[in-house]
Design a protein around this ligand. Structure first.
Ligand code: CAO
Length: 415
């Protein structure tokens, strides 16, 4: 089966997480991803959080599937020549260095366009143009600067960062969409273009509903937030809402059987208005259906603590999976709090290729997350990450270097 991006060549200058997430996705869809790494060193994550001595780390291997690795120093004279050939050869260049690094290598956007006017040049930076444009940014900085931390956690606690890597992987996803959009545009414009994603902007995009709530504050309290029912006044910014549901259907995380010893024996439970009658029956409170304190969504809002207290009394008698079974039969939206261990062992995720086992020559078998985007006519097979410089000779000969050229480039440290 031909893959959707077969024939697209990506010059991958990315490192750490945000950029590699993007190029890995493109690789899963069939693009030829040529990862350029510093000779002898490579992407810093190869040797970060090492669990198998001498082998590439899971940090690296899980973000760099379906790529080929070439070592090259574009700052050397010979390296710069080779890099120029790679720009001519490829369709897309992706990078996420600190601001200005590519320019300092001698490859400004203007220069890249001169070399290859069809080149799409895509970058991740921490911030867009403005006062912080020159700052280096990591995941948690982006979560804080993009509005996620101020709206995550409990009202009376610290701002919190989330486990989901919305700054890094979230921005990589945004960038991938920018790249395929630019590739589509190129089919009729004939030209490449610059694609830029700032991590702050991507996080803010994912926190869109919290900016919605910021504006709703001017017309009154946010009555689906627990603090409304608790009679605690709102300030002038969207507050942290604990585990309250983000939409107009109140929800909470509730204890399930075993919560005293199992940190993940919880369920998310949504009291969607449409199935309220079923909630009342399931938790053994049929009289609430007629009780004016609980009968309508508006009536319930000031009493959500009582509502969820009663639901929790019921969920605590069941395991999170029993809650799922019972509630799903009557269309009550609930979700077990699944641990990484449970996800790793979930057969349905293995069947769909979302969790995949990969074999690696240095580290043996390990689990990874495969392509979460499923196309019916483009198979997405996960292949292992490349060893440092594994494809240097192969790639350099593809762009026209002879065996002697390659040997001399290696001798003078360009590759
Ligand atoms: N050969 C020779 N030199 C190379 C090279 C190669 N193949 N690849 C990179 N380099 C050099 C660059 O030219 C740069 O050198 P100068 O600063 O002298 O110009 C340097 O290596 C890499 O720079 P960096 O500043 O990007 O790396 P860092 O580890 O100091 O910073 C990070 C890392 C992530 C903070 C920074 O890259 C950044 O802010 N990136 C943009 C935002 C981003 O993507 N953040 C998410 C990272 S994932 O959490």
């Amino acid at each position: 089966m031909e893959k959707a991006l077969t024939g697209v060549k990506i010059l991958d200058m990315t490192h750490v997480q945000s950029g590699p997430t993007c190029t890995q996705l493109l690789g899963w869809f069939g693009a030829d991803v040529i990862k350029v790494e510093r000779p002898g060193v490579g992407d810093a994550t190869r040797k970060q959080l090492v669990d198998v001595p001498g082998a590439d780390s899971l940090y690296f291997t899980m973000l760099n599937h379906n790529k080929r690795s070439v070592t090259l120093n574009p700052k050397s004279e010979k390296g710069s020549e080779i890099f120029t050939k790679l720009i001519e050869h490829c369709d897309v260049m992706v990078e996420n260095f600190a601001p200005g690094a590519l320019d300092r290598m001698g490859f400004s956007w203007e220069r890249i366009q001169e070399i290859n006017p069809r080149m799409i040049y895509a970058s991740v930076k921490g911030f867009g143009p403005g006062p912080y444009a020159d700052c280096k940014v990591y995941e948690n900085v982006a979560q804080c600067a993009g509005g996620s931390a101020s709206t995550t956690g409990f009202r009376d606690g610290l701002p919190l960062v989330t486990g989901a890597q919305i700054g890094d992987s979230g921005t990589g996803l945004h960038l991938a969409l920018g790249i395929v959009t630019a590739l589509f545009h190129r089919t009729h414009s004939g030209k490449g273009q610059r694609v830029e994603c700032a991590m702050q902007d991507s996080v803010l995009n994912l926190c869109r509903v919290k900016l919605r709530d910021q504006q709703r504050l001017t017309s009154g309290p946010l009555n689906e937030y627990s603090q409304f029912g608790e009679g605690i006044p709102f300030g002038d910014a969207t507050p942290r809402a604990g585990n309250d549901s983000g939409g107009g259907q109140p929800g909470r995380i509730l204890k399930c059987k075993g919560w005293e010893t199992d940190p993940n024996a919880y369920t998310y439970f949504i009291t969607q208005a449409a199935i309220w009658q079923d909630v009342c029956d399931v938790i053994g409170k049929p009289e609430w259906k007629e009780d004016e304190k609980f009968a309508t969504p508006e009536a319930r809002l000031p009493h959500l603590n009582e509502v969820f207290g009663e639901i929790e009394r019921w969920t605590m008698t069941k395991t999170k999976f029993e809650v799922m079974d019972i509630c799903n039969k009557v269309n009550i939206p609930v979700g077990p709090i699944l641990s990484m261990k449970e996800l790793a062992e979930e057969p349905a995720l293995r069947d769909t290729g979302t969790i995949v086992e990969v074999d690696h020559p240095e580290r043996g078998k390990y689990l990874t997350v495969g392509n979460p985007i499923k196309l019916s006519d483009s198979e997405s097979k996960v292949t292992r990450s490349p060893l440092l410089g594994e494809h240097t000779d192969e790639i350099l000969s593809e762009i026209g270097l002879s065996a002697d050229d390659i040997a001399s480039a290696r001798e003078n440290g360009a590759v």
